[in-house]
Design a protein. Structure first.
Length: 204
């Protein structure tokens, strides 16, 4: 469906690059912007531009931040000796929504997946080793999606962490195997954090 307007079609094409946005949804969004005062569309565009130009990734945990180190890592109310390891920033947001975790995070930036060409060297593991080497970390909870790739990642990390004498746990199986952490409801995810289980590092 062509609008006969290159400007309109270019805007639709740009929006369809977003996840979950097809051509029809993009068309509705562009028509919505056109139906509203111009200032609203300009404010939206400026907010996105400011975001992509100024957003940072925390030097400690790799979550998004307005500063070099995020507010969670800087918070004195957080247990700095308790790290929750997650795949992505989306998982940090999901766990924060539960209000059940009061430690700090470490965002891997993905999980080990040989099929997709993702190995340990592609993840934020070196900085995790640096944090663990300080001797101040007492417990690590693996809040990683319970998939085959997730289990592989958990096992790999456990072999690094266990020799350091750091307690290792995983979220309880309130989160179903094969599920994605970010799509788990807040109550289930919160309970999974509270009911975390010790991780057996001696698996064959």
């Amino acid at each position: 469906m062509s609008s006969k307007s290159k400007l309109f079609d270019d805007a639709v094409r740009s929006l369809t690059s977003l996840p979950g946005i097809g051509k029809r949804s993009a068309t509705r969004l562009v028509l919505h912007f056109l139906s509203r005062p111009k200032e609203e569309a300009v404010e939206f565009a400026e907010a996105i531009e400011t975001l992509v130009k100024n957003i940072k990734y925390c030097q400690k945990c790799h979550s998004i931040s307005d500063e070099e180190v995020c507010s969670i890592c800087l918070s004195k109310r957080r247990d700095q000796g308790f790290i929750c390891i997650v795949e992505s920033v989306r998982d940090v947001m999901a766990i924060e929504e539960t209000g059940q975790f009061q430690g700090v995070y470490h965002v891997l930036g993905g999980i080990i997946s040989p099929i997709e060409g993702v190995g340990p060297e592609n993840l934020n593991i070196d900085t995790l080793k640096e944090r663990l080497s300080t001797g101040r970390i007492k417990e690590v909870v693996m809040a990683i999606s319970p998939t085959i790739e997730g289990e592989t990642t958990i096992y790999y990390l456990s072999q690094i962490i266990a020799p350091l004498g750091v307690s290792i746990s995983t979220i309880s199986r309130g989160v179903s195997f094969g599920g994605e952490l970010e799509y788990t409801d807040e109550v289930t995810l919160g309970r999974s954090i509270l009911a975390r289980l010790p991780y057996n590092t001696n698996k064959e």
